[in-house]
Design a protein around this ligand. Sequence first.
Ligand SMILES: Nc1ncnc2c1ncn2[C@@H]1O[C@H](COP(=O)(O)OP(=O)(O)OP(=O)(O)O)[C@@H](O)[C@H]1O
Length: 342
Amino acid sequence: MEPLLELKDINMIFENRAGLLAPKRKVGAVVGVDMRLNQGEILAVVGESGCGKTTIGKMVTGLFKPTSGSITFMGKDIWSLKGKDFFEYRRSVQMVHQDSYAALNPARTIYQSLSAPLFRHKLAKSKNEARKQLEDLFTMVGLTPPEQFLDKYPHQLSGGQRQRILLARALSVQPKLIVADEPVSMVDVSLRISLLDLMSDMNARFNIAFIYITHDLATARYIASHGRIAVMYLGKIVETGNLNKILAEPRHPYLQALLSAVPIPDPKIARAMKPLPLKSLDMPDPADPPAGCRFNPRCPYAEAICEQKEPPLIPLGEEMVACHLVERIPKWKWEQEAAFSK
Ligand SMILES: Nc1ncnc2c1ncn2[C@@H]1O[C@H](COP(=O)(O)OP(=O)(O)OP(=O)(O)O)[C@@H](O)[C@H]1O
């Protein structure tokens, strides 16, 4: 089956200056990344701040052009698309941002902001038709009564309501893929689950694929429980595959460390392994990444080869892992997972 989206050997190098007079530095925000997404699939892209997650989202939506590598959507290179094909791609791939306030024009009403794409993509012919479509969408995303929201300005709504408006805006143009970049991190904790449920519902009802970008493993686990995960570290994917399998039995030491940092409130549930002590808590400078494996200065298992050679992402069962020592380091398991499988 042809994938909906395919990234091949993607690199994104930024030229940065730390200050006005500082020399330029090259930052490899994304390095040699391959990614595939099928229609209707959910992929969670997870990693710490600065690992390149947002840059991937911006490249997929065509906001950044990769320094090298190819991105194909429905079999066509997105940077060779012209005319109708380009317009179609722009409609089919939508982004939902973390900051719903910044994503909406403060000087326009919600109707003004959301009707524009409907007219642009010829999905509505008249004001009445656009209003009706938006009211139906607002009902679907839980903004009721819908007519109350259309003539409001963004500052008159709560963060949770604005985030639902952004989801309605993405949905309104009938996309095939939504890139959701930390969509719930600025929303009140009590409202997060309902927004995640809404996205799962969109996925199930309309077969819309999602790339869910987050630093939070808990929400990734929630939304992508039937999907896949790609764990990133300093611009590279270090582990990828079925989300449930990978979070139950993480193989890369970085993911093991991330999971062992998750607090466990229930004393009956424990980890089979002790928390993994990292050698350093600091993320290396992305402009000067360590030689060999990028994780080696922090990795408790690192050996000489890890400082010398960059580990490729290779298949391990159905998953893919980039670690020289993966066959030798202790397996990490949750006690309750072990209990369930008995
Ligand atoms: N437009 C840009 N110009 C220069 N450098 C950039 C730009 N965008 C990102 N970077 C750099 O690229 C690296 C990856 O950034 P990116 O925003 O993709 O990470 P992230 O994982 O999404 O982090 P966060 O969760 O903090 O947004 C960082 O070192 C960042 O400083």
